[in-house]
Design a protein around this ligand. Sequence first.
Ligand code: ADP
Ligand code: MG
Length: 312
Amino acid sequence: ATPTAVMVATGVGATNGVLIKGGDALEKAHKVKYVIFDKTGTLTQGKATVTTTKVFSEMDRGEFLTLVASAEASSEHPLAKAIVAYARHFHFFDESTEDGETNNKDLQNSGWLLNTSDFSALPGKGIQCLVNEKMILVGNRKLMSENTITIPDHVEKFVEDLEESGKTGVIVAYNGKLVGVMGIADPLKREAAVVVEGLLRMGVQPIMVTGDNWRTARAVAKEVGIKDVRAEVMPAGKADVIRSLQKDGSTVAMVGDGINDSPALAAADVGMAIGAGTDVAIEAADYVLMRNNLEDVITAIDLSRKTLTRIR
Ligand code: ADP
Ligand code: MG
């Protein structure tokens, strides 16, 4: 594209909150064949909410929630934030202060959390730490099996039912035993299905990639109209998915928002960081979609197509 065409397109993009990082980025987007969407925070709203708590031990709900929230308090993961927020509310409503007085300071106060030590985040799996000198594990099946925690059939069935409805089942083990499960939902963005349909009409293939389990992934993909799903992908694996699609010379776009997505955004021919995003993700991207609206994926491809056909 000529410098003038690039300037015009960049201006049109900016008006729509689409930041185009240079002429090269603008040029490549017109021949995109695949658009890979991260699930969490990209196709979904990134507003994970606890919908279900099921305790499979002698603990009561309050104890269980305090335990899990204490363990997750050191994690930045959206699932962790949902769990801590939920437990805080439970605690706040259930055991209000002695004089009945409550205010925002109480809500933010972490005094109700238990002390933990030896915390580690296990990307793609969950977290582990010590509470009262006993190990707590919060995460998915992979985390449980790696720690030789057995999942009884009735618990497995419970988790599968959550997943069938597009929720993520978070499994909790304490002191070597499975103690409970939480179901967490993250609704789709309102425009997600329309954008998928639009891409298909443009001859572009949408693909969903996620670290989440296959059952949840398929349920969400079905809801949004995406046929091609890659699930249980470890954070580093997202870039591998892209590289394999590029092998026959296809141009691949990646839309993502998280820290974990920046290797994939960099590996893609066209990286699109969406929403508030993280600085790392924005750095790795060719486009920044500031409105956090998936329609701008189409705006970006359209803009590139129009700019390039006008020149020819
Ligand atoms: P995504 O691709 O959806 O962003 P991640 O790679 O971040 O997924 O995580 C994959 C899976 O690992 C999650 O669906 C969840 O089962 C588990 N997981 C990761 N971090 C946590 C956490 N802090 N607490 C519980 N589970 C977690
Ligand atoms: Mg992620």
